[in-house]
Design a protein around this ligand. Structure first.
Ligand SMILES: [Zn+2]
Length: 64
């Protein structure tokens, strides 16, 4: 099964979010257009739930 849910990070503000896009995504927080590269993908998930759980984990880690 293909892992199609990606947890990605914005290159401008570092905001992490979930996308299913393959080439680019727009940051929810700052509106920057990001090209999806190996560096911008934090996590690959099979389901939206899995991606969401990892996103929560990533955000919790960043809050320091
Ligand atoms: Zn951003």
């Amino acid at each position: 099964m293909k892992r199609k849910y990606k947890v990605v990070a914005c290159h401008r503000c570092g905001n992490a979010q979930i996308t299913t896009a393959n080439t680019s995504f727009t940051c929810f927080r700052c509106g920057a257009n990001n090209r999806i590269s190996r560096e911008s993908i934090l996590y690959l998930a099979n389901s939206h739930e899995e991606a969401r759980e990892e996103l929560i984990r990533i955000k919790a880690r960043k809050r320091s």
